[in-house]
Design a protein around this ligand. Sequence first.
Ligand code: ADP
Ligand code: MG
Length: 152
Amino acid sequence: MQVKNTTKNHLETRILGKELAEGLSSKEEGVGAVIIGLEGDLGAGKTTFLQGFAEGLGVKDKILSPTFVIMNRFPLKKGPFKDFYHLDCYRIEREEDMAILEFKDIISGEGNIVCIEWPEKVKGYLPKGMIKVRFKILEGDNREINIEYGKQ
Ligand code: ADP
Ligand code: MG
């Protein structure tokens, strides 16, 4: 299932992220993490979307656009998930670099919600059923944001 959206400013993108987080439920036990891949050019709004997403999960910390840090973990106090992971794989040059992050454990961990900017860089690690959010920069501050729910 694909849901198409257009936002006119960063706040609308944030709200869209928040709504996605609020509508998510955890998977059934034993089937691993819920994974969301965010695709789109630099400045398209992936991190902005995730700031709203984190708010929807109840995270109080500020979600930054990591320059050197590839992964951040936020423990969650409420809702169906235990930990929220935010990864930005822009700087990953070889997929094998993900080994040091113990990424396989993270995506197989029950109760984890994992959001990945630049998922195309680590394709080999990702399951087929992941949710995809695709960002396109339109005129001015407009953004097309399409959410595709994994085929399960
Ligand atoms: P990315 O993570 O995709 O590189 P960011 O979210 O870090 O992008 O940056 C998006 C930039 O574009 C921010 O400076 C934001 O204020 C601006 N912006 C303008 N219009 C929008 C919009 N409709 N949605 C999201 N961000 C927008
Ligand atoms: Mg970003």
